[in-house]
Design a protein around this ligand. Structure first.
Ligand code: ZN
Length: 367
């Protein structure tokens, strides 16, 4: 964010770019922050690292702290994997909002909306697996959410198919509202924003539309400030571009509607279970769709897709990055109170620093 003039050659000898950490970096960061925390045996930091794609070191430190707080609140001596996952959700969605009452109809609407996202994600290729669906309202404004989590560290590289699938998943919520309840809600506004911005990027910046091909229509003005967009084309072209964006959105929406219509029966079953439990995992959803008993799912946080086994993209056993840094963990004792004080006597306030020579005008008084 520094002024370009300040960055002219010769002014700074060396620049160190600190990017968001990748999977290995996040794992190492988590290992550093959990060094002084007692972890339960079930803790799998790698899974936590996988879930936290896009988080920076401070986010991870916060997450570890929240997990430890949760364990203490629950009266446990060890932090469990569940604590980490709950802390992760706390960081992204806020806490559960107690006491907000939804009517039966609203609950059903939210349930179908969320299951709509989840079904579309599950039935398509090129999507991330569903980890969790909840219809418990959260403090950051959502009445429910569907959590998709990557199975392995993904880079920023996305294919056109993946982007289209992402838009279609975003459309799943509204599509379910329409297909099942024959209505529309304002709950889909964030989905619409997300989908539109992906589609706009595809047309304007990624060269993924037939109309414009490899022509850059917009460019990002400032990566760090607001990420604002600048149009680099004539107004007529911009109007055409909007049409191309709408075409993508319409196609994805149609795909989502078709997926939901074709899987209506499964969707009803998942919604019935979700209404009963309020929060279900992706594994439970898959069990219902495959006709198994969702109560028997033993690893609730297991991946939803069995065939796409976990492929570690980092070598096993990463050393904590900061292992060689010597940290002082011993408490530094405060200077002892003067010895003449009796044991019953309350320790007096620490003596003020030795009065300075009043003739010395140098430093202001400590008081
Ligand atoms: Zn939604």
């Amino acid at each position: 964010m520094l002024d370009q003039a300040l960055l002219r050659p010769g002014r700074f000898d060396r620049r160190i770019v600190i990017d968001r950490p990748n999977l290995a970096g996040r794992l190492a960061t988590l290992q550093v922050h959990t060094r002084n925390i007692k972890l339960g045996e079930d803790v799998n930091l790698k899974k936590v690292a996988l879930a936290t794609a896009g988080c920076v070191g401070a986010d991870l430190a916060n997450l570890v702290n929240e997990a430890a707080l949760r364990a203490v609140r629950k009266g446990r001596k060890l932090v469990s994997q569940e604590d980490f996952l709950a802390a992760f959700e706390l960081v992204i969605a806020g806490t559960e909002k107690k006491g907000s009452v939804l009517t039966e109809f609203e609950k059903k609407l939210v349930a179908y909306h969320e299951v709509g996202h989840a079904m579309v994600a599950y039935k398509q290729k090129n999507t991330e697996p569903v980890q969790k669906i909840t219809i418990v309202p959260h403090t950051q404004g959502s009445l429910g959410y569907t959590l998709l989590m990557p199975e392995e560290d993904k880079t920023e590289l996305r294919t056109k198919d993946e982007l289209m699938a992402k838009i279609t998943v975003s459309m799943g919520g509204r599509a379910a509202e329409e297909v099942v309840m024959n209505t529309m809600t304002n709950g889909a506004s964030q989905d619409i924003q997300d989908a539109t911005s992906v589609a706009r990027n595809m047309v304007a910046m990624f060269g993924m539309s037939e109309e414009f091909g490899m022509m850059a229509l917009a460019s990002r003005r400032n990566q760090y400030l607001d990420g604002g967009y600048g149009m680099d084309c004539a107004q007529d072209t911009a109007a055409q571009m909007d049409k191309a964006v709408k075409e993508i959105l319409d196609k994805c929406y149609q795909d989502a509607v078709e997926i939901l219509k074709a899987n209506r029966e499964d969707m009803d079953k998942v919604v019935a279970y979700l209404l009963e439990k309020e929060t279900i995992t992706g594994a439970e959803m898959v069990a219902i769709i495959e006709g198994r008993d969702p109560e028997l799912v033993d690893d609730p946080y297991a991946s939803t897709t069995q065939d796409r086994g976990f492929r570690p993209s980092v070598p096993e056993g990463i050393e904590p990055a900061a292992k060689k840094v010597h940290m002082i963990s011993q408490k530094i004792e405060a200077p002892e109170a003067p010895a003449e004080n009796g044991p019953d006597q309350e320790a007096p306030a620490p003596e003020p620093p030795k009065a300075q020579d009043p003739s010395d005008p140098g430093e202001p008084s400590q008081e």
